[in-house]
Design a binder for this molecule. Sequence first.
Ligand SMILES: Cc1c[n+]2nc(N)[nH]c2nc1OC(C)C
Length: 323
Amino acid sequence: SIDIKQRAAELRDLLNHYSYQYYVLDNPEVPDAEYDRLFRELQTIESDYPELLSADSPTQRVGGQALDKFDEVQHAIPMLSLDNVFDQQELTAFDKRVRDWLNTNQQQTYAAEPKLDGLAISIRYENGVLVQAATRGDGSTGEDVTVNVRTINSVPLKLQGEHIPAVVEIRGEIFMPKAGFEKLNQSQLANNKKPFVNPRNAAAGSLRQLDSKITASRPLEIYCYGIGVIEGISRPASHSAAMSLIAEWGCRISPELKVLDGLEACQQYIDDLAQRRDSLEYDIDGVVFKVDDTILQERLGFVSRAPRWAIAYKFPAQEEMTT
Ligand SMILES: Cc1c[n+]2nc(N)[nH]c2nc1OC(C)C
């Protein structure tokens, strides 16, 4: 009946909103018991009325039976890697190459954010609904890990707000926080299983499971960092504007994102983050600086395998203590 259908829609929106508050904003609005009560109510309705099941229902995050393989996905916009620099002198050289290429002496505005040590993902939304998620793979061809990405609570099943694009690929880094990694390794050891070497390997191993129930049991999170394909609305004028937009849509972005004018500010950002590195809840292996302006990015383009407009400033590798 209409009111059951309406109640199911209401519960889906309510639960997705509470999930957003809890997992994306880290700012729970209701106690877990309230969330669980509503979740069970929706499960009951959906089991009584299976025709009311929908892809954006929070009850559908954990998939059915395991896959026997991953399908391939072609990235319409390649997922490229980043060139690296290792010290201030090389960062200065990057900035000079940018200014030379743009034929300007003006200081550049960069968007800076931590470079997470996880794995890159591209998540496709059509009319706001999550339809596909693919790993980077070789940059052109990745693996379809949709059912596994759907189990990650900080990944919205449906985008929120008014200006939802017809199609948008949100790119980001899936990672395992340090605390979750330690806990997982304790349970690995308790079950006589091999512990993971580091959070990055644990995240990769957890995401590339053929059984999404295993992925669902792993503490995976995401920080989104870019837009691939976008149709139906024009590409944002800058990286920082794109980040504000995807945050509006309910995607999780790094709280460390900053727009910086000139190299001096970039160096200060690096020094500040290097000092805080050990106290962050997740592993990072550096800072990503991007020319913020989209038109300048397009003018700078890409060299063979990486953007001319972006660079990763890497920190010295941290010796992971294998437990
Ligand atoms: C490969 C990559 C990785 N990351 N990581 C962040 N934080 N931003 C970012 N951007 C990337 O690529 C864009 C420059 C296209």
